[in-house]
Design a protein around this ligand. Structure first.
Ligand code: SF4
Ligand code: SF4
Length: 257
């Protein structure tokens, strides 16, 4: 794998768009409230603004939706411990404690995957997740009461004796964000080359694990972002780095400021 990184790289965390702990909570100010400055809203008019801003974080109460097949693992992605997320309550970006599972957006956009643009409605409205049910964009009391509590994690959906759980554990051991951040902090130090090798090893492991799992198991490529979180080659942007494919390897460079 190719590598290239100037020694003067300054480590700092940045946001990747759409990484919010609860995009639903953040939707309150840009939908109902602004419009309601003249006519206060008292009920949901199903305008879909909250759905266009991203899918909800799932909670333990939402587990049945997966058991019944209403929501599939391929509809989800995991934000792993240590990833940078926007905390809507504190109003700042910070490393996530624990992990959360969210409903994916449509394509590269933010709209919830279940939002039907043509019908202007939710395709699973009668079975929508708890955050969607309690959201009132004009009154955030209920969503705040739910936010951050009883959050669903991969361990709640995959029993520990399942071989997939062991793969997830191996991935966390090799590719944790906490370890990656410590390595990136050392880039530019006296052992820069060795440090870069270790960062690239993590990127390689993350990349190859997904390929091997898809190739050798019945698991679909669409499930990988749920099982292993989003690819490190994408999320490494939060550390001000980007990965580009070059020849048969990757080129690691700072993101231009
Ligand atoms: S809660 Fe209802 S009214 Fe408010 S943004 Fe969402 S769909 Fe629109
Ligand atoms: S699940 Fe339905 S209600 Fe909830 S954000 Fe997605 S489209 Fe909107």
């Amino acid at each position: 794998m190719a590598r290239h990184l100037p020694a003067f790289l300054i480590h700092k965390r940045i946001m990747i768009p759409s990484d919010t702990e609860s995009s639903h909570e953040s939707s309150r100010n840009s939908s109902g409230n602004r419009q309601d400055s003249e006519t206060p809203r008292t009920h949901c008019i199903r305008c879909g603004t909250c759905c266009l801003k991203g899918g909800p974080t799932l909670h333990l109460e939402d587990r049945d939706l997966l058991a019944k097949g209403i929501i599939k693992r391929s509809d989800l992605y995991t934000i792993r411990e240590g990833e940078t997320v926007f905390d809507n309550i504190r109003g700042n970006a910070s490393a996530l404690a624990g992990e959360i599972i969210k409903i994916k957006g449509q394509g590269k956009g933010y709209s919830c995957i279940f939002y039907d643009e043509c019908q202007k409605g939710c395709r699973i409205y009668e079975n929508r997740p708890v955050e969607c049910r309690v959201l009132k964009c004009w009154d955030t009391k209920d969503i705040k009461a739910v936010s951050g509590k009883n959050r669903l994690a991969r361990k709640d959906l995959i029993p520990p004796d399942n071989p997939v759980a062991q793969l997830i554990a191996a991935h966390e051991q090799r590719c944790s964000y906490l370890a990656l951040e410590k390595l990136i902090e050392r880039i530019g130090g006296p052992d820069a080359n060795e440090t870069l090798d270790k960062v690239i090893e993590q990127l390689q492991f993350d990349h190859h694990l997904r390929s091997v799992v898809v190739e050798r198991s019945p698991l679909a490529n669409e499930e990988m972002d749920f099982l292993f979180g989003r690819p490190l080659a994408t999320t490494i942007k939060m550390f001000g780095l980007q990965v580009r494919q070059k020849d048969k390897g990757f080129l690691l460079t700072p993101i231009a400021q």
